[in-house]
Design a protein around this ligand. Structure first.
Ligand SMILES: [Zn+2]
Length: 553
């Protein structure tokens, strides 16, 4: 027994030695098992994301170095298929990305040279189309870059209604994939068009939550909207599906219930995934741990924003119906984090299916993007024109004006003066006929037409005036006569050899011949350019200037 056990111990010891030797040899000779295939940087205003893409799930270690600040990433058993020197556009924080001597033969070392110390948030993402396994390094800029200041333009009277526009996805999160395009690009293009459209509307202004190709966490998106004091948040997306068949646009609104449709549920799951990509890694927390009163207040304001969200969503669906097929004929209820801002009503617009061939082509076209943009704008605009938030210019314009009819005023004159239709004026005042009585009081309906129409080009007609003779009547001064003939007192004095400006009744005043420039208000017309026609020639023909034509067109 004693002998046997000693032998056994020796055997174990020997085999341990052998095994150790074997493994030493194995690690020294085996090729690296993983490969770094790509490295991307996504600088955003507040943070720089560095994404390393691998063949397999990466195994890594990091540490920081000071003087200068560096982040060192050691990748175990990894070979290199990227030229780090070719990586540009690293943003304000990352100075350089380079390879460095690693401690062991098979590991690979990436050094991130920083302009300022930054504590990275690092996480691994599984393979997801179009990317492989990823190591995501989020480097916050801290005080380095001044936060993007959102200062919507505000008129002195009623304030503007502020719309936060959120372009879905971005950076290493491409969103849904079409055959040749990514959702993140289309969402940003439509968002930018909507921004322009809203900012062109008097009484409204907008800002973008994501301005470039970088990812913004879902909760951060609503935080940015809140910081910009948005009255409303619209998130722009394009749908994707596993088959090419589904098509059409839809609008999603927040619901406290679970998603009411399959699509809503799918969106929820998809968004959870997107949130992981965003690095926050946590879903909207339940409010069960909030004190009772606080929870109730939250629920109440949530109720109000949800109601507004639904109303706007409904209007946007009605508008989208005019320009594109619908995937869902009514707003879809979903419990999405991007919509879950308790104080800002919001909707999520799915502009169409990028996975549908026809719609992918359309979604990439400027003309179609404009149609979607206009539909979204009209839906939002119509809601706020009817139910404007307090203290806004829209609220001021909505106030009913009372008008007391004076002699000579007709219904059509008043309709034109207040920019309302004749019919709306009649129905608003329950009038059966168009005849008005002096001192009759009319209610002028709210005027939604706040947009300033482009001014027609100013046109002048030059007419030649022959010399004439003017006979002075009682009380007429030389300055009055000068004004009547579009000339000056001085000109008349010299032309008539007058020593003073005093005149007598019946005196003859010679009026010199002149060119008179009279402005003509002509309806804007369309001119078809002929061969070899210059803009200056056309301008002359219509009595306008090249500059006017340039800005007008
Ligand atoms: Zn999306």
């Amino acid at each position: 027994m004693k002998l046997t056990s000693r032998f056994f111990i020796r055997l174990v010891f020997l085999s341990a030695l052998l095994m150790q030797g074997f493994f030493t040899i194995a690690t020294a000779t085996a090729a690296p098992t993983n490969q770094l295939n790509a490295l991307r940087t996504w600088p955003s205003p507040n943070n720089t994301r560095v994404v390393l893409e691998f063949l397999h799930k990466p195994s890594y270690k990091i540490h920081y170095l000071k003087y200068p600040d560096r982040l060192v990433i050691d990748l175990e058993s990894t070979s290199m298929a990227v030229d780090l020197s070719k990586i540009k556009h690293t943003g304000p924080l990352v100075n350089n990305l380079r390879e460095s001597a690693s401690k062991s033969k098979n590991s690979y070392r990436v050094v991130v040279d920083l302009n300022k110390a930054s504590q990275a948030k690092i996480f691994v993402l599984p393979k997801a189309k179009p990317y492989g396994h990823r190591l995501v390094v989020d480097l916050p800029h801290n005080q380095l870059s001044t936060e993007t200041e959102i200062k919507p333009k505000q008129p002195a009277q009623g304030r503007n209604i502020i719309i936060a526009i959120d372009a879905g996805h971005g950076g290493d999160d491409p969103g849904a994939l079409g055959r040749y395009s990514y959702e993140k690009k289309i969402t940003l293009q439509i968002a930018k068009r909507l921004l322009k459209k809203i900012n062109h509307q008097v009484g409204m202004s907008a800002f973008l939550i994501r301005e470039g190709d970088y990812f913004v966490g879902l909760h951060q998106r609503t935080a940015i909207a809140r910081k910009g004091e948005a009255d409303f948040l619209v998130s722009i997306h394009a749908d994707g599906f596993t088959s090419a068949r589904p098509r059409g646009a839809s609008v999603l609104v927040l619901s406290k219930r679970r998603a009411t449709t399959e699509q809503g549920r799918w969106m929820e799951n998809n968004e959870a995934h997107s949130e992981l990509i965003g690095g926050a890694g946590k879903m909207m927390q339940g409010s069960s741990n909030l004190p009772y009163l606080q929870k109730m207040v939250l629920d109440m304001s949530m109720g109000n924003s949800m109601a507004v969200g639904y109303k706007v969503g409904y209007r946007v669906v009605q508008e989208l119906k005019k320009v594109t097929p619908l995937h869902q004929a009514a707003p879809v209820h979903a419990s999405l984090a991007v919509l879950k801002s308790p104080d800002i009503p919001s909707i999520l617009v799915e502009a169409g299916f990028i996975t549908n061939r026809t719609e992918e082509r359309l979604l990439n076209q400027a003309a179609h993007q404009n149609k979607i943009t206009n539909a979204v704008f009209n839906g939002i605009y119509k809601h706020f024109a009817q139910s404007p938030p307090q203290n806004t210019l829209f609220a001021q314009k909505k106030r009913v004006i009372k008008h007391t009819v004076r002699s000579g005023e007709s219904l059509s004159i008043l309709a034109e003066r207040y920019s309302v239709s004749l019919n709306s004026l009649k129905t608003y005042n329950n009038l059966s006929s168009s005849s008005l009585l002096v001192d009759q009081v009319l209610n002028i309906p709210p005027n939604y037409k706040l947009a300033i129409p482009p001014e027609p080009p100013k046109q002048f007609v030059r007419t030649q005036q022959p010399p004439r003779v003017h006979r002075v009547t009682r009380g007429e001064a030389l300055s009055v006569i000068a004004a009547e003939y579009n000339t000056t007192t001085e000109t008349l004095k010299t032309f008539n050899h007058l020593r003073s400006t005093s005149l007598r009744v019946g005196q003859k005043i010679n009026i010199p011949g002149s060119y008179v420039k009279t402005p003509v208000v002509r309806a804007a017309s369309v001119h078809k350019v002929g061969r070899g026609e210059a803009l200056s020639v056309i301008a002359d023909q219509y009595g306008t200037t090249t500059d006017t034509l340039k800005s007008f067109n």
